[in-house]
Design a protein around this ligand. Structure first.
Ligand code: 5GP
Length: 204
């Protein structure tokens, strides 16, 4: 049985990775969008087990100790983590998985699961990113300045990713993500099992 691929979508806050992944998941339901655990409070409309698994801090830390997370990170004072068991089970079943996570977590996955495919979502410019962060209207000037500074730091490690996903336009970005997913399924080193089975059947 051919394993599924693990796609990790990351990049600076405000780059649009959440919007792109949500649109992608609607269009490609055969790909499993992993549901993370977090200690942050649910926002209005967020559903347990659909958007996140909402955990208390003690429970989250207990799961870290038990090795239940493929990766975890603290972001804006809250814990976030990817449930290892579910993700591995889906991959083993042959289905592709997408993680939409911040970049410290993406780098942990890269060292623990190097066969993953790492995609860096980037806005077309720092000015666009600044405009998007301001447009949300939820962040103070100080927080916006911190996020922009962090975005510049994150671009410094963009070379550790396999793909650049420019988010100049959401629709175009989703189409590019579909193209990456499709191309990776065709990538020969991931299909050697198929070729070997093909040859074996000919010999029978
Ligand atoms: P939010 O609280 O706005 O839903 O998410 C905040 C940040 O946490 C986003 O950048 C999101 O990509 C990231 N995030 C969500 N789930 C995970 C996770 O499981 N692990 C890590 N490392 N980051 C996550």
């Amino acid at each position: 049985m051919k394993k599924g691929n693990l796609f990790v979508v990351s990049g600076p806050s405000g780059a649009g990775k959440g919007t792109i992944c949500a649109a992608f998941a609607q269009r490609r339901p055969e790909v499993f969008l992993s549901v993370s655990a977090t200690t942050r409070e649910p926002r209005e409309g967020e559903v347990e087990g659909v958007h996140y698994y909402f955990l208390g801090e003690e429970e989250f830390k207990e799961k870290i100790t038990q090795g239940d997370f493929l990766e975890h990170a603290v972001y804006c004072g809250n814990y976030y983590g990817t449930p290892r068991g579910k993700v591995m089970e889906v991959i083993e079943s042959g289905r592709d998985v997408i993680l939409e996570i911040e970049s410290d977590g993406a780098m942990q996955v890269r060292s623990r699961y190097p066969e993953g495919i790492f995609i860096f979502v980037c806005p077309p410019s720092l000015q666009t990113l600044e405009a998007r962060l301001r447009g949300r209207g939820t962040e103070s000037e100080e927080v916006i300045a911190q996020r922009l500074e962090k975005a510049v730091q994150e671009l410094g490690r963009a070379h550790k990713y396999n793909y650049l996903l420019l988010n100049d336009d959401v629709e175009a970005a989703v189409r590019r993500l579909e193209a990456i997913v499709d191309a990776e399924r065709c990538y020969m080193p991931r299909n050697i099992g198929f070729i070997n089975d093909f040859i074996k059947n000919k010999e029978k």
